[in-house]
Design a protein around this ligand. Structure first.
Ligand code: PLP
Length: 392
């Protein structure tokens, strides 16, 4: 059976070009880049090249790029660094729809005595900028707002928010794990202090992440040890991963146009066709500025897990909520924050496309999904045809 992989916000396939770039670092180029000998030194040169490629994708300088192990490490490092360099400040501003890499960290920091303002969102997933501005105080050490939401694709106005924070001398971090490679990002001239992203969301392997730290930003490392990454992140470099993410960033730069045209059109067609074939649905975040590859659809009166299991029988991979929260039957914290009614929130499915998604992939979902929903609704004690759609 063919796999129709529409779960690219959970993780992506390693691009063949990326794999090819990585392979020599397991065999011929296995030296330690910190070694004195030229065998290691040649690896260091490849790391520099990868750093330049990563920087180029987001309009940064190479020395503003720190390689980490994943998006979670980058997020944790950024927030904890901001707190460490501002020991007199005890307040953090974030949102209610962050990924657990920021959300759970903030909950943990509350237990340690920090004050956290988690901004709510409206039914489209947008924050209220006036409320945001009012939340910034003299005691605020850091703002951490995601660039794009992993569940709905909704995009926060982080550049505007960062300028407001900068005016007040507050460090601003963004979790851009879902944004980098999908929408153009240019760090030149914006007010962001730190930005996190992760290799496995943009066709590089798992186990490699990036933290951008603007030149001149005070920084306190999370991983303390050797002098790697200019003493900003100890630990022998993941050289295959670094080479891989360098190549993946170069590819992403070349493909970003396609992501915002062909991939977006595929996503839009999927939404349109489902909407004409299935009643009582809601596109979560559909009215917000959104990533081009993501759609999150609620089907009233059915369980998202049931939909996933039946789609799985046809080889279709999608997700209900984020991969990290699936496994629990609680509706996602993102949909709850958006006020999605209970009967809708339980039946939501996220499809996330990539450059490898095809017309045939979308055709299969359009063919198989409507009868799956009909079958599940027949079994639902709550379902009655014509019930009012809780539309946005
Ligand atoms: N932030 C967001 C928005 C994500 O979607 C994810 C992964 O799903 C992460 C952070 C965590 O990244 P990683 O899996 O590389 O730790």
């Amino acid at each position: 059976m063919r796999t129709v992989y529409l779960d690219n916000n959970a993780t992506t396939r390693v691009a063949p070009e990326v794999l090819e770039e990585m392979l020599p670092f397991f065999s011929d180029l296995y030296g330690n880049p910190s070694s004195m000998h030229s065998f290691g030194g040649q690896v260091a040169r490849h790391i520099n090249e990868a750093r330049a490629r990563v920087a180029a994708l987001i309009g940064a300088e190479p020395d503003e790029i720190i390689f980490t192990s994943c998006g979670t490490e980058s997020d944790n490092t950024a927030v904890l660094s901001a707190l460490a360099v501002n020991p007199e400040k005890r307040h953090i501003v974030t949102s209610r729809v962050e990924h657990p890499a920021v959300k759970v960290l903030c909950e943990n920091l509350v237990e340690k005595g920090y004050r956290v303002t988690a901004l709510g969102v409206d039914s489209s997933g947008n924050i209220d900028m006036d409320e945001y501005e009012r939340s910034l105080t003299l005691d605020t050490a850091v703002v951490s707002l995601m660039w794009a939401n992993n569940e709905t694709g909704a995009i926060f106005p982080v550049e505007e928010a960062a300028l407001l924070a900068r005016e007040k001398g507050i460090l601003f971090h963004t979790d851009a794990v879902q944004a980098v490679g999908k929408i153009p990002i240019n760090m030149k001239g914006n007010g962001l202090s730190m930005l996190s992203f992760s290799g496995h969301k943009l066709h590089a392997p798992k186990g490699i992440g990036v933290l951008y730290v603007r030149r001149g930003t005070r920084f306190s490392p999370f991983m303390i040890g050797g002098h790697q990454e200019k003493s900003r992140r100890g630990g022998t470099e993941n050289t295959p991963g670094i080479a891989g993410i360098g190549r993946a960033c170069k590819l992403a730069g070349e493909r970003i146009e396609e992501e915002n045209t062909r991939v977006k059109e595929l996503r839009d067609r999927l939404e349109r066709e489902i909407a004409t074939r299935v009643s009582n649905i809601r596109i979560n975040g559909g009215k917000a500025l959104r990533l081009p590859n993501t759609t999150n659809i609620s089907f009233e009166f059915v369980e998202g897990e049931g939909i996933l299991l039946l789609m799985d029988e046809f080889g279709i991979c999608a997700s209900s909520g984020s991969a990290c929260t699936s496994g629990s039957l609680q509706p996602s914290h993102v949909l709850r924050a958006m006020g999605v009614p209970f009967t809708m929130a339980h039946g939501s499915v996220r499809f996330s496309l990539s450059t490898y998604s095809t017309d045939e992939d979308v055709d299969l979902v359009i063919e198989k999904l409507p009868p799956i929903i009909a079958r599940l609704r027949e079994m639902s004690p709550y379902w009655k045809e014509g019930s009012v759609c809780a539309a946005e």
